[in-house]
Structures are given as structure tokens and as C-alpha cells.
Design a protein. Structure first.
Length: 256
């Protein structure tokens, strides 16, 4: 995906994205990070076609995003939001089945390929034993995996995740990020996600886009982007980094 000179303004005064130009590499995990209000989720919403830029262009496979019909685009890209409404009286399997809507008519019965996609999505998210339960019966981490499973059932090539770990305990955060890693490595999905935790971004990303005040400050590999000087510039704090044989580079402490 390519973005060129994107400007997004909600009040005609403040640019939430101010001339953003970047690209998303196919088959990679790209993480967008930065302080609160810097434009992370807005950038993701433009990529997922949920926000139309005031100016600039976004293209996928050398074709303008707006040229795609809704179902056609849904076969290319799926998105999981930070918060989702919990439906009543709906089993996990039926909810995941909604991910097949781009591939069939609303009243059309599930075909074999639909059932296979649902089974695969439940399997890779480790939800097979929960398929007959209601969403309300699951933990926060399990619920987030259900929404990811529904997105996976679309069989899209790109998966966007908007702050998927925000309301989860650390165990479920790591569990979810390990799932993201396996989806990328085993199935070749292109992943674009918004995270707050810098160490998680370092560990689970191939590419990082670091933003401040609606602009991209730095982008590239974690080692290229996450440096002492850049962290000071963006967050206004002093960072201490350490190298570990198992973990690799990670941020050990922050100070003012």
C-alpha cells in the first residue's frame, strides 16, 4: 500500500494527519506508534478506508483505494477495532461466520469454502473448543481473538489491528502478539497494527512508523527507528536501552 501527501482534518483547523507519505510492505508486520493524539489510529483508518483524506492519495496494488467496491476491498483488507459491541445470543462460530459476507450474498447459505474458512479461523486463533459459546462468556483476551478470527475468515491479504492489546492483561497481550507473529510467519499475512508499548513494537515488528503531531518522525526497522535521540524527540523522555541474547534490543527504563 502507498500513501502520498495525506491530509486529514476533522475541524478544518487541526490536521490530524499533516502531509503523510509512507508505504506498507507486503508480507511484513508494520507497527504504528507515538504519543496519544499523534494520529496513529487516524492513519490506520485511512489505510482501511474508514476515513477519507482531505487531500492526498492512497493506493493498493497500484489502484486508488476509492476505486474498490466494498466487498472487493474487504477481500483485500480486514480490520479489528480497539473496542467492539458484544452481540447478544450469538455463538462464536456464527459471529466468525460474518467474516464470510464479502464472499457471498447475505441470505446465501454457507458453502463448503465458507465452512473451511470459519474452521481455519477458529483453529489458528485457538477457539475451536469455544465455538458454541456466547461472546459474553469469554475473557477479554478470548474476545479479542474472536474478532481477529472473524477478520481472518474474510481471507483478506492485509490485517489491520487498532490497539489490540490496550485493555488486556500482560499474559493476553503477549498471547495475542504471538498470534499476530504466527499469522505473519506461517500464513504470510501483511499486518498493520497500532501499539502503545515500545518494547512490544520492537519485538513483534518488521517495520515501525513513529508519529508525532500528525506527521511521521521516523520509519524503518526497529533498530533504525527506536533510538535514544528519537525517543527523546518524540516522547520528551530519556531512554536506556539494553541488548539481550534472547530478547534482542529492548528499552530498559525511561526518565525525565
Amino acid at each position: 500500500m502507498e500513501m502520498k501527501s495525506i491530509i486529514v482534518s476533522h475541524d478544518n483547523k487541526t490536521n490530524h494527519l499533516d502531509g503523510v507519505t509512507t508505504s506498507i510492505q507486503k508480507g511484513k508486520v508494520t507497527t504504528i506508534i507515538g504519543p496519544n493524539g499523534c494520529g496513529k489510529s487516524t492513519l490506520l483508518s485511512v489505510l482501511s478506508r474508514n476515513n477519507t483524506p482531505k487531500s492526498g492519495a492512497v493506493s493498493l496494488e497500484n489502484r486508488d483505494l476509492l476505486q474498490y467496491k466494498p466487498k472487493e476491498f474487504a477481500k483485500k483488507l480486514a480490520i479489528v477495532y480497539q473496542q467492539n459491541d458484544i452481540p447478544k445470543d450469538l455463538t462464536i462460530e456464527k459471529l466468525v461466520g460474518f467474516g464470510r459476507l464479502p464472499h457471498k450474498n447475505l441470505l446465501q447459505r454457507a458453502r463448503e469454502e465458507d465452512l473451511q474458512a470459519i474452521d481455519w479461523a477458529l483453529s489458528v486463533t485457538n477457539l475451536n473448543d469455544k465455538r458454541d459459546k456466547d461472546l459474553e462468556a469469554l475473557s477479554g483476551g478470548e474476545r479479542q481473538r474472536v474478532w481477529i478470527a472473524m477478520a481472518l475468515a474474510q481471507r483478506s491479504e492485509i490485517l489491520c489491528l487498532d490497539e489490540p492489546t490496550t485493555y488486556l492483561d500482560i499474559y493476553y497481550q503477549i498471547e495475542l502478539l504471538e498470534l499476530v507473529k504466527s499469522l505473519n510467519e506461517e500464513y504470510g499475512l501483511t499486518i498493520v497494527m497500532v501499539l502503545h508499548d515500545i518494547n512490544q513494537a520492537i519485538r513483534y515488528s518488521d517495520e515501525i512508523i513513529l508519529m508525532k503531531a500528525g506527521q511521521i518522525v521516523a520509519e524503518g526497522s526497529p533498530r533504525e527507528v527506536i533510538t535514544k535521540d528519537v525517543i527523546k524527540q518524540v516522547y520528551g523522555v530519556n531512554a536506556v536501552f539494553k541488548e539481550d541474547d534472547e530478547l534482542g534490543l529492548y528499552m530498559m527504563s525511561l526518565g525525565i
